[in-house]
Write a protein of this length. Structure first.
Length: 365
């Protein structure tokens, strides 16, 4: 076991001990509520919108598996598309959907080889910020369980990472938050990162496949790098819209409330206008919609209630955004005129007015 692996085990044990202590300070009712909400959060919401991602994973796994066919690894052919780019706004549900694919498929789980060594076929991590080639290589090596000791040149680290991928039998790489490649880097740096990514997908005698995820600015990266684009599939997680996705959101809402949380849903939750308010409040982000529903459910459970109503969503929205009552999308008459991303605008405007007044008078706030 490497130093990094021992540290991870120690941190897991520390967390387990800390949570055990925390639970020991809570009464039976509080623990029951916490465990009930944990079950609600752990209940995955399956929808048809994930099928393109699931199909892309099937093709990726099949592309690797085909190399072990009757023709042998050296002669077997494979699709040159070895990467999946998953693109969607923050809160769209892409990260949760990817994590489900990674956790439910046996091809990504640790195994023991014939020597009793534990093998991790998948390395998964968030892209460092700022995203530089050296930091990206170091992060990859760390997550692969190889500690980087001493100073190493950038090219040395990448050569080492590629070698460790083969030494440790890593077949799949997953990097989230890849939009950082665009931020803070000039065109030459972006091109260099693209070249390294492409080189990972072309390791000699090793069929590494990758999943990269990020917000829509990641599309700019692909647009500029045509060679890389020709070696990948793209899966988009689109925003929810009304009325197109009304039935889907109604179904998800009722399932979380009545099945996952085992509560009753007020009839008003099925109204078209309420569904419209919910979609607008989350700015169409599917993952955020689910978070809002679960938070409304939590409020009812902790209050020992039995029915979830629109008022519970109003409470959650005000707590999440810090908005004033007239800016509450769940209760305001002209809710479509309210920008959910500007919920704190009044506080910001007040602050800026105070700052301006202080500057004009030469005083301090």
């Amino acid at each position: 076991m490497t130093t990094i692996e021992m540290a991870r085990d120690r941190h897991r044990n520390n967390l387990a001990a800390a949570i055990s202590w925390l639970r020991s300070t809570m009464d039976a009712d509080a623990l029951a509520h916490a465990d009930r909400m944990a079950r609600v959060h752990n209940a995955y919401v399956v929808t048809a919108r994930e099928k393109p991602l699931s199909d892309a994973f099937d093709r990726m796994i099949g592309n690797v598996a085909g190399l072990g066919g009757s023709d042998g690894v050296e002669k077997a052919g494979a699709d040159k598309r070895r990467a999946i780019f998953v693109i969607g706004e923050s809160g769209s549900g892409k990260t949760t959907a990817i994590q489900r694919q990674l956790s439910m498929r046996p091809q990504f789980q640790p195994r023991q080889d014939e020597h009793g060594r534990q093998v991790f076929p998948l390395v998964s991590f968030d892209a460092p910020k700022p995203l530089t080639l050296k930091l990206l290589a170091k992060k990859g090596l760390d997550e692969a369980g190889y500690p980087v000791l001493g100073k190493k040149q950038e090219n040395e680290m990448w050569d080492l990472f590629k070698e460790q991928i083969k030494e440790r039998s890593i077949l799949f790489l997953h990097i989230d938050e890849m939009q950082h490649v665009i931020k803070g880097n000039n065109p030459n740096e972006i091109h260099d990162i693209a070249a390294v990514v492409k080189s990972l997908l072309q390791i000699k005698d090793w069929p590494l496949h990758a999943i990269f995820a990020g917000v829509p600015s990641l599309a700019k990266f692909l647009e500029r790098e045509k060679q890389l684009r020709n070696r990948c599939e793209i899966v988009r997680f689109e925003a929810m819209t009304f009325p197109s996705d009304m039935k889907l959101i109604q179904t998800v809402l009722l399932r979380i409330v009545t099945v996952h949380a085992e509560l009753e849903a007020a009839s008003a939750l099925e109204d078209q206008e309420f569904i419209h308010r919910l979609i607008h409040a989350a700015d169409g982000a599917f993952g955020t919609i689910i978070q809002v529903i679960r938070a409304a459910v939590a409020g009812v459970i902790y209050a020992k209630g039995s029915t979830v109503s629109p008022a519970d969503f109003s409470t959650v929205y005000k707590a999440f955004t810090g908005c004033t009552p007239d800016q509450d999308i769940f209760s305001a008459p002209g809710f479509l005129d309210i920008n959910p991303n500007r919920a704190l605008s009044k506080l910001i405007d007040d602050y800026e007015r105070e700052e301006k007044a202080a500057r004009e008078t030469g005083g301090q706030r």
